[in-house]
Ligand binder design. Structure first.
Ligand code: CTP
Ligand code: MN
Ligand code: MN
Ligand code: MN
Length: 368
């Protein structure tokens, strides 16, 4: 007599890499509240509680129906006490007082503002908060504050960068990046990864993976004139190094966290000819856009693609699954079988899932 007869809660895996999660979220009311709680714990550097809420959010994103009674979550994995309390509150009152308290919390509000600046993470926010700073206006007004090159760019292009990137902008940037890369390496393969590869219509940045067959690794990849800001991290990958076991493994690829200047002529503004000879020259005809460029050796491309396609939670669960269910170690470079003591080569994402004994999950089903 259940609403969705084919759905059996106890069959739901605790690993999001064994679930198919599209962008069709039937439980946004709950998952939004979980993500607020998780972010607050992230700001407090409480990884355990943060992950507890992120895992729960990921399970509810996968559910093919909206939760309306506590009975609906019976038997589901990742439903700890804190999570159940929040769900109960939302079912009864339509919202969570706990999530609302977080949204009104002074520390949370400050951290939320601070981390919205490119180059500012939890560590910097903590420092600023301890100095008594509470808003971005206060940070900007404090002229003695030392900012990194990245943070300066973050403040300079703040308005553009907080406004989201659209699919159309991603496609336009994609053409520019492909053209620029191909002047250096005509045989290069340029792929959009991140949220846009998972089918999202908006994002906070655009992620690109760049590879080309052949041995060379190229430093000079993009026209300097194209980039407003570029922080190049040199590759630190060591061959034969075991994959990293951290929850959020940072990889060692050469990468560039950049801000790209996307020219977008102001459409239709010219038809209003009263303004023609006045401030036309002052009108900003471009938008600053955050772009991540990752350069990968050809043999590691498939692993980098899985890692950079995300979602972040999907990647975490893939690595956790590899470690705990397969005695393997996975990161963005490689998969290592600890029993056989060998690296498992893969030329495609499908092969990686197969090595792990997992059914293939399409990119648009990885929105965990
Ligand atoms: N990633 C990674 N190593 C990093 C940074 C990011 O492997 N140093 C991965 C993340 O785990 C994520 C993917 O790259 O799965 C994309 O990261 P990000 O751009 O932060 O997130 P998106 O899913 O693209 O979402 P958004 O629209 O906010 O950009
Ligand atoms: Mn559905
Ligand atoms: Mn992204
Ligand atoms: Mn990114």
């Amino acid at each position: 007599e259940s609403e969705v007869p084919s759905f059996i809660a106890s069959n739901v895996s605790q690993y999001s890499c064994q679930r198919k999660t599209t962008l069709n979220n039937h439980n946004k009311k709950f998952t939004d509240a979980f993500e607020i709680m998780a972010e607050n714990y992230e700001f407090k550097e409480n990884e355990v509680f943060c992950l507890e809420f992120l895992r729960a959010a990921s399970v509810l994103k996968f559910l093919p129906f909206p939760v309306t009674r506590m009975k609906d979550i019976q038997g589901l994995p990742c439903m700890g006490v804190q999570v159940r309390d929040l769900i109960e509150e939302i079912i009864e009152d339509g919202e969570s007082s706990r999530a609302r308290d977080v949204l009104n919390d002074e520390r949370y509000k400050s951290f939320k503002q601070f981390t919205s600046v490119f180059g500012v993470g939890v560590k910097t926010s903590e420092k600023w908060y301890r100095m008594g700073l509470r808003t971005l206006e206060e940070v900007k007004a404090l002229k003695t504050l030392k900012l990194s090159k990245m943070q300066k760019a973050g403040f300079l292009y703040y308005e553009d960068l907080v406004s989201c990137v659209s699919k159309a902008e991603a496609d336009a940037v994609s053409l520019i990046v492909k053209k620029a890369v191909c002047t250096f390496r005509p045989d290069a393969l340029v792929t959009i990864t991140g949220g846009f590869r998972r089918g999202k219509k908006i994002g906070h940045d655009i992620d690109f993976l760049i590879t080309s067959p052949g041995p060379r690794e190229d430093a000079e990849l993009l026209h300097k004139g194209l980039l407003l800001y570029c922080d190049i991290i040199e590759s630190t990958f060591v061959k034969e190094q075991l994959p990293s076991r951290q929850v959020d493994a940072m990889d060692n690829f050469q990468k560039c966290f950049a801000i790209l200047k996307l020219y977008q002529p102001r459409a239709e503004n010219n038809s209003d000819n009263t303004s023609k000879n006045f401030d036309v020259a002052e009108v900003k005809d471009w938008k600053a856009i955050r772009v991540d460029l990752v350069i990968t050796p050809f043999e590691q491309y498939a692993y980098a693609l899985v890692g950079w396609t995300g979602s972040r939670q999907f990647g975490r669960d893939l690595r956790r699954y590899a470690t705990h269910e397969k005695k393997m170690i996975l990161d963005n470079h490689a998969l290592y079988d600890r029993r056989k003591k060998v690296f498992l080569k893969a030329g495609s994402e499908e092969e990686i899932f197969a090595h792990l004994g997992l059914d293939y999950v399409e990119p648009w089903e990885r929105n965990a």
